[in-house]
Design a protein around this ligand. Structure first.
Ligand code: FEO
Ligand code: CA
Ligand code: CA
Ligand code: CA
Length: 782
């Protein structure tokens, strides 16, 4: 989700900036043997031999059963083999020497031979058969020549791609920007709203490789857009709950579509997981709705950040549809409007039908997506599976990306069966693993251990909770944040992506930033108290843009400004473990953050990972392991270091838990910037091994205004795909008529890629999927 430059005024407040949490919560070989079991170690042994003989390439296409790829990661750490790219402020994509970046799928692209090519002038319609906007998480689903799933196909695939939002770029979808968007204006035009609604959701598109380059197969019968209008059903304990009943689904078993689909995941049975993040901002609520709602409803609304009087980000609820019987737009209003006692005559519960993990079968375009309620409802960033082990439960690791929210995991009741890797009914297999299980939230202890707190009524902290009396398990899952509050989960600095190391099962979690961390007082958005620095989030500092020193002036950024990447090892390396160990794999920072600063300006506590000009970064968001190379790819969605560089993609050698050690962090400025003598606040923490230029390098920089997100690869690792989201998002809507005032013209400008689509140097900017290949045909990054 966007992290807009906060000095700019936009019509849409970035939902990521919200804090709605008012709770008071504050070995490798052995590991592999324990985790993987004999058969997998044997396979990895084969992989190690292959690695040795093939000069560092992993074994991924061994051609056996469908579980081979998941099991056969390279045994040896990757050796980065490219020259780092420099930080960049130009409106272009840069990649290392010897690499090529190619756009393959951009906002508005037709996925249907009967739909016109994109003109990119605001006149295009029918986004139900075009690429949506704001490409985000994605996954490569190999497709065999027989049209069936293949984990070894390097030339043909179905790519599932999220379309998260339209914030900051919606003006480019209409000839002259949005009509009636201000809060006091009349109804939004239906045609504009329809286009905007359908620009959300996800794409499933067939891609095929010809002469070394992947392209979209426009006529493929697999091509599909899933939008906020696509019928979906619920699975799991909250299916049929009173909390999910609406005029659309009186029995609470279905809803229309999905929204805010941010990061993603996949399942070992070949389906796509797409996660609804910032759903709350899309809904309207009447200015006196609180007076009509129960105390529990009011508490629940507050916890997701949907206050009475909210207008709904794009004001879709104001549309007066031509078909007066349609509820397509009325369902964006979460007010109590009807007389019923159960909400089946209005959309007072509509918000409860969003904020879930959605499963899509990419291989069956006619299939109905499923929202799996057992995985809980919150601002889901992604959902990444544990490495499947036969006879063991599966875990899915999930971040709730908002300030001071939590890390979650879901553990299946069913244990993994190898036969389920290639089932005849993929969504039935999804029901088996994703509709029966247990949700947990993470507590990070100061001694480097951690606890997974059970979120159900068997936990007396939840069943006996006085702040919100949970009626049943459905209530716990719909209001997972409230349950995690009661359980005592640890407030985190915006947990975004999770990634699982295919080599050893360790979990990496990006924590993108938190300006409230360590700061005195309460957040600006409400009266929630700010979290103190603690062992898991030990840094508080100050940062000014555009100057070489930091100080406590009014324009300063503070708190955990640049974020970090956490690492966890489950006890016994078991997905079902209820305890874990953690360390901080990476402290994001400017390389020069601590240089030349005095005891008044505090900073000697920031660049704890020893970053340099080839790898310094701010606000890690995406993190993802290549199974082909073993590289941990890290992507940024930044607005703090953007005075120096655009967002970026970096390659890291992951190491393993415990490869660093205990360190002491001295925060001179804790809580009181500019007030001498209030510090220091000293916190012990557990850091991963320090970085250096050999194991951590910048691989790609992005166009102006964009973030880098979504990452996927062909199984041979020779094509890496990333998404460029919202180039040009800082363009003022009033400037839509003057291309010289657009922040970005990418990719039409052909900067760092072949010019893509109409418009050239005057083009309206577009989000896009970019394929990166190595000119010698090698594995990316090695
Ligand atoms: Fe959609 Fe948290 O990024
Ligand atoms: Ca994200
Ligand atoms: Ca983000
Ligand atoms: Ca963003």
């Amino acid at each position: 989700m966007n992290t807009h430059n906060q000095t700019l005024t936009t019509a849409f407040t970035d939902p990521d900036d919200l804090d709605n949490n008012s709770s008071p919560n504050g070995h490798l070989q052995d590991v592999m043997a324990a985790h993987m079991g004999r058969r997998q170690v044997l396979r990895s042994g084969v992989g190690a031999l292959a690695t040795a003989s093939l000069g560092g390439l992993g074994l991924t296409a061994c051609g056996g059963g469908d579980d081979d790829v998941a099991e056969a990661a390279p045994l040896l750490p990757p050796v980065l083999g490219f020259t780092a790219v420099a930080k960049d402020l130009v409106d272009r994509v840069t990649v290392p020497a010897g690499y090529t970046a190619t756009v393959i799928y951009a906002t508005g692209d037709s996925i249907d031979p009967t739909v016109t090519d994109y003109q990119n002038n605001g006149t295009d319609s029918n986004f139900a058969r075009r690429s949506g906007d704001h490409h985000d998480g994605m996954h490569y689903f190999g497709l065999g020549t027989d049209g069936k799933p293949s984990l070894t196909s390097n030339t043909r695939a179905l790519m599932a791609i999220n379309h998260e939002a339209i914030n900051g770029t919606v003006q480019f979808m209409h000839p002259n920007g949005q009509t009636n968007i201000s809060a006091s204006a009349g109804p939004r035009p239906e045609a504009e709203a329809l286009k905007e609604v359908e620009a959300h959701g996800a794409s499933v598109i067939e891609i095929s490789k010809t002469a070394g380059v992947f392209g979209v197969v426009k006529a493929s019968t697999f091509n599909r857009r899933i939008t906020p209008r696509t019928p979906m059903v619920f699975g799991g304990p909250a299916k049929g709950s009173a909390l999910l009943k609406t005029k659309y689904s009186a029995d609470g078993t279905a809803t229309r579509g999905m929204i805010g689909n941010c990061a993603s995941g996949y399942t070992p049975w070949g389906t796509y997981l797409t996660c609804e993040e910032n759903f709350a901002g899309f809904f309207r609520r009447g200015s006196a709705d609180d007076t009509l709602r129960s105390a529990k409803e009011r508490t629940a609304f507050k916890r997701i950040g949907l206050a009475q009087g909210a207008g709904g980000g794009q004001r879709w609820a104001t549309v007066v549809p031509a078909d007066s019987t349609s509820t397509e737009y009325a369902r964006w209003d979460a007010s109590k409007l009807g007389a019923s006692t159960d909400g089946t005559d209005d959309f007072r519960n509509t918000h409860n039908t969003f904020g879930w993990v959605v499963e899509i079968d990419p291989y069956n375009p006619a299939s109905t997506p499923v929202k799996h309620t057992a995985l809980g409802r919150f601002a889901h960033e992604g959902a990444w599976p544990s490495n499947p082990v036969v006879g063991q439960p599966l875990a899915f690791y999930m971040g709730d990306d908002s300030r001071s929210e939590y890390v979650y995991k879901y553990v299946s009741t069913a244990v993994w069966a190898a036969a389920d890797a290639n089932p005849t009914d993929r969504l039935a297999t999804g029901a088996k693993y994703l509709d029966n299980g247990t949700l947990f939230a993470a507590k990070f202890n100061a001694d480097g251990t951690g606890t997974w707190l059970k979120l159900d009524l068997s936990n007396t902290a939840i069943s006996g909770n006085s702040a919100y009396s949970f009626a049943d398990l459905a209530d716990v899952l719909v209001n997972a944040r409230l349950a995690a509050d009661a359980a005592g989960a640890t407030k985190c600095d915006r947990p975004e992506w999770t990634a699982v190391n295919p080599r050893n099962g360790e979990i990496y979690i990006t924590m993108t930033e938190n300006p409230d961390r360590g700061s005195v007082g309460t957040t600006s958005s409400n009266n929630n108290s700010n979290p103190d620095v603690d062992a898991a989030f030990p840094r508080y500092w100050l940062d000014n843009k555009g100057v070489s020193t930091q100080n406590a002036t009014a324009s300063v950024s503070k708190g955990n400004v640049n974020g970090q990447v956490m690492r966890m090892r489950e006890t016994g390396s078991l997905a079902s473990a209820t305890t874990f160990n953690w360390d901080i794999y990476l402290f994001a920072s400017q390389a020069t953050a601590d240089i030349g600063l005095d005891n008044v300006n505090y900073q000697a506590n920031v660049n704890l990972s020893g970053l340099t000009s080839v790898n310094d970064l701010s606000k890690p968001d995406g993190c993802w392991f290549s199974k082909a190379s073993g590289i941990l790819w890290i992507e940024t969605d930044d607005n703090a270091y953007t005075d120096v560089t655009n967002c970026m993609l970096l390659a890291a050698v992951p190491g393993s838990y415990g490869d660093g050690g205990k360190i002491t962090v001295t925060n001179q400025a804790n809580g009181k910037p500019g007030t001498a003598g209030t510090g220091p606040v000293v916190v012990d923490t557990f850091a991963g091994k320090k970085m250096n230029d050999t194991i951590f390098r910048r691989f790609l920089t992005a166009p102006l205004g964009s973030e880098v997100t979504g990452v996927a690869e062909s199984p041979d690792g020779k094509a890496l795909f990333i998404n460029i989201q919202h180039p040009g998002e800082n363009t003022a809507p009033a400037n839509i008529g003057d291309p010289t005032k657009y922040e970005s013209h990418w990719p039409g400008n052909g900067a760092g890629v072949a010019a893509y689509g109409p418009g050239s140097s005057s083009a309206r900017p577009r989000s896009a999927t970019v394929m990166v290949t190595k000119n010698d045909g090698g594995v990316i990054g090695l």
